[in-house]
Design a protein around this ligand. Structure first.
Ligand SMILES: C[S@@+](CC[C@H](N)C(=O)[O-])C[C@H]1O[C@@H](n2cnc3c(N)ncnc32)[C@H](O)[C@@H]1O
Length: 254
């Protein structure tokens, strides 16, 4: 994504958070500016238009803020003709363990994008997976133990139909020093956010791919660290087929 476009999009995506507090606003600016996954999701046209997205461990709803702002820019004629167009008509449901974050996200985003985003406090292990085209779990799966990860993946697989997508990012446990640095940063941020220092249940990348493929997903992996010395990898796991309600012209998935 061009630097000027990214700057403009960050400004628009984070503007609604000014009304709910400086911490939320500056957290959003830092996250959207420093984490390469947000730009990559648009550049690589990962989400199709008109998809219902379930974001587990959604924090303040920055994924929703990013995409809804991009759609608004495009609708206002402000999206450059030579940049991949963002998807239209996305609907976001989010679930987050820490209640004050989704509450702030709702207060920020719902007045600006009515009917497009609903964030709630809750545990991804007890999520409502109904009526969903895309499940996103970014940097969250490792907070629950292996049997629970397996159960969450089973629930996702059972809920998704042909053409649907599971998007995740994990740390590659075989990533050496880079993996250990990312764990240290992750544990520090979790602690600051109010979690007790959690045990983390990480797996080697090859194992993540294997357990997703065993559930019928076609999996594409991509290192997703930007300038950070981490071992994070984005996995785009797709079920073959086409989404019933999304036409070719409305966008591709994965
Ligand atoms: C590293 S942050 C990632 C936030 C967001 N996905 C992002 O990419 O900006 C991990 C988030 O997952 C949340 N979390 C941890 N365990 C969870 C669970 N079992 N259910 C829902 N959220 C959880 C944490 O509270 C935290 O906000």
């Amino acid at each position: 994504m061009q630097r000027a476009l990214k700057k403009r999009l960050i400004k628009l995506a984070t503007a609604p958070f000014k009304a709910v507090g400086v911490i939320h606003y500056y957290w959003g600016r830092g996250k959207l500016g420093g984490d390469p996954i947000f730009a990559a999701l648009i550049d690589e046209q990962i989400f199709p238009s008109n998809a219902s997205i379930l974001d587990l461990g959604c924090g303040r709803g920055l994924l929703a803020a990013w995409f809804l702002a991009a759609e608004k820019m495009a609708a206002d004629g402000l999206w450059p003709a030579n940049a991949p167009p963002p998807p239209r008509g996305l609907h976001f449901r989010g679930l987050e363990l820490m209640g004050r974050e989704p509450e702030a996200g709702n207060r920020a985003l719902q007045p600006v994008y009515p009917g497009r985003v609903e964030l709630a406090q809750g545990d991804m292990r007890r999520a409502d997976f109904s009526n969903i085209d895309v499940v996103a779990i970014l940097d969250v799966l490792h907070y629950v133990d292996y049997p629970e990860q397996d159960k969450v993946l089973d629930q996702i697989r059972a809920a998704l139909g042909p053409g649907c997508l599971f998007l995740t990012r994990v740390g590659d446990a075989e990533g050496g020093l880079r993996f250990r640095i990312s764990q240290l940063v992750d544990r520090s941020i979790s602690f600051v956010q109010g979690h007790r220092l959690p045990r983390m249940w990480c797996r080697p990348l090859a194992e993540w791919v294997r357990i997703l493929e065993a559930r019928g997903f076609e999996v594409r992996t991509e290192p997703m660290n930007g300038a950070n010395p981490f071992a994070n990898v984005m996995l785009v796991a797709k079920l073959s087929g086409n989404l019933g309600h999304v036409t070719e012209a409305e966008g591709r998935i994965g």
